[in-house]
Design a protein around this ligand. Structure first.
Ligand SMILES: Nc1nc2c(c(=O)[nH]1)N(C=O)[C@@H](CNc1ccc(C(=O)N[C@@H](CCC(=O)O)C(=O)O)cc1)CN2
Ligand SMILES: Nc1ncnc2c1ncn2[C@@H]1O[C@H](COP(=O)(O)OP(=O)(O)OP(=O)(O)O)[C@@H](O)[C@H]1O
Length: 232
């Protein structure tokens, strides 16, 4: 140390200080800067939480699961009726349940029968925003990415006014933990105008925080079997 302009070289094998550190005011702290180490820790924690929450959901008894789905459908019907995007001629994007997700398909069919347009999400390009295509009871579902049943390519593509996002975990700020693909975040970031987003999952999947990262977009509402928990 202390050898003038070469002082950084003496610290290690680097020819220059990291990230132009010498030019940055040492008092400056960028609150939006991503700390890669912290981002890695959060990703690791999320993977473990997804596993735990997935297991808790899997071990629910079937009557309990059914009661939860019924309560969610009642809550969703109420939430949609109270919200302008949920009434009228708008498109509501549901999801086709996989991996023990709550099954809202009877409400989906009921709403379709009463004249509402219903869409389902598709991963048509990996690591890109989801695409939404119209669904009716006559739609011949195909196996899509991750084996998720999806409408075929000839089903009309639409922009939803309301998006239901199934979740593994949620927090009181409206942030949601999904399967880890980042698909809903990418989709909400890309859609304009923004749809009304509703995270759907179990009350017991509440977390003190999901440690939101810069790419995480909070839901407008979180719905569980207890009712609307956040927003609405
Ligand atoms: N029923 C339903 N349909 C849905 C969703 C959903 O959550 N539920 N999606 C909601 O987004 C989209 C599909 N989402 C997916 C999200 C992640 C992975 C995936 O490959 N996950 C990796 C883990 C990645 C990681 O941990 O970094 C894996 O499990 O191997 C697949 C599909 C669209 N359709
Ligand atoms: N808008 C975006 N643009 C690019 N990459 C994104 C965007 N949003 C999320 N990602 C990437 O997706 C990865 C997974 O994100 P995250 O852990 O939030 O998934 P998730 O919300 O649980 O998944 P999903 O929405 O598919 O259920 C992140 O590592 C992130 O880099």
């Amino acid at each position: 140390m202390g050898n003038g302009s070469n002082s950084f070289k003496s610290e290690g094998n680097f020819a220059s200080p990291p990230c132009m550190a010498a030019e940055v005011d040492p008092g400056y702290f960028d609150p939006l800067a991503i700390d890669p180490e912290q981002a890695r820790d959060v990703a690791r924690w999320r993977t473990a939480e997804r596993k735990r929450l997935r297991e808790a959901r899997r071990t629910l008894a079937s009557p309990q699961r059914k009661a939860i789905s019924e309560a969610l459908m009642a809550g969703l019907a109420r939430l949609l009726a109270a919200h302008s995007a949920g009434t009228g001629g708008g498109v509501v994007a549901f999801y086709w349940p996989i991996k023990d997700e709550p099954d809202l398909r009877s409400l989906m069919a009921e709403m379709q029968a009463s004249g509402r347009r219903i869409a389902l999400p598709l991963v048509e390009t990996r690591s890109a925003p989801l695409v939404f295509r119209l669904w009716t009871p006559e739609t011949r579902m195909e196996r899509g990415y991750w084996n998720i049943p999806v409408p075929p390519r000839d089903a009309q593509e639409v922009i939803p006014d309301v998006v239901l996002a199934p979740l593994m975990g949620w927090d009181s700020e409206g942030y949601r933990l999904g399967y880890g693909g980042g698909y809903f975040d990418r989709t909400l970031a890309a859609l304009s105008p923004q749809p009304f987003s509703i995270g759907v999952g179990l009350a017991s999947a509440q977390l003190p925080t999901i440690y939101p990262q810069p790419h995480d977009i909070p839901m407008d509402a979180i719905l569980t079997e207890r009712g609307t928990e956040v927003g609405g």
